[in-house]
Design a protein around this ligand. Structure first.
Ligand SMILES: [Zn+2]
Length: 220
């Protein structure tokens, strides 16, 4: 899953408005931000098998540190501790830390909907889950669009624009992300090179987080 992860970030921002949307964007993709470099380093493993699913060619056969439920809980706990420390003495510091931790954890549960059974429960490969919606590209695209639209609706309802950019920016941003998702899924050829995939994934994750960080300042 790609754009659908941002539904969690946008919804959590609607719920806990002192959290920073740019950081929430990083948090919901945190395990993927680790995953790609770990694959390049040979610590986690994936194979590119053309036609593996309708959406991509990812055979993700070994990712215990980033994509196990246990690992995800551990990363979420780390975020909670980090943001609790950073938010000490700040109003709603604890609530922001919870939002950041939930953002990290949400990645596993949204991945669960679309991945083939490649998400380990524990650090080993004994039990792996995934409902496999990636086998249907239209359903995957539709699900991500519905999730992110619902989150946007909730966020717009819970916050107020302070500038004109704030009024239309988030809507345009979400549409922009859906266009990227569409191109990625149906139009552009997928890279068959892991390093190239890693670089493009990291660039897009940080670019989107940067835009979210900017737009966040335009609503209150
Ligand atoms: Zn993932």
């Amino acid at each position: 899953m790609f754009v659908g992860h941002y539904a969690a970030a946008i919804a959590l921002k609607g719920k806990e408005q002192r959290a920073n949307l740019g950081l929430l964007f990083i948090a919901v993709q945190f395990v993927d931000i680790l995953f790609f470099p770990l694959v390049v380093a040979g610590i986690e493993k994936m194979r590119l098998v053309p036609g593996f699913t309708a959406v991509n060619s990812f055979d993700l056969y070994y990712m215990p540190f980033t994509h196990s439920l246990l690992g995800s809980v551990a990363w979420a706990a780390l975020f909670f501790l980090l943001f609790s420390a950073l938010g000490k003495g700040q109003p709603r510091g604890r609530a922001v830390a919870w939002a950041m931790a939930l953002a990290v954890l949400s990645h596993w549960f949204t991945d669960l909907l679309v991945h083939t059974p490649d998400l380990p429960l524990l650090g080993d490969n004994s039990v792996k889950l995934g409902f496999g919606l990636w086998h249907n590209a239209a359903v995957t695209f539709g699900l991500e669009a519905v999730l992110v639209a619902a989150a946007l609706f909730y966020y717009l309802h819970r916050t107020t624009a302070t500038t004109r950019v704030g009024k239309y920016g988030m809507l345009l941003f979400v549409l922009f992300m859906l266009v990227i998702n569409y191109l990625n899924m149906f139009v552009l050829p997928q890279s068959e090179d892991v390093v190239e995939l890693t670089i493009s994934a990291l660039v897009i994750y940080f670019l989107l987080a940067g835009i979210a960080f900017y737009l966040d300042k335009k609503r209150a």
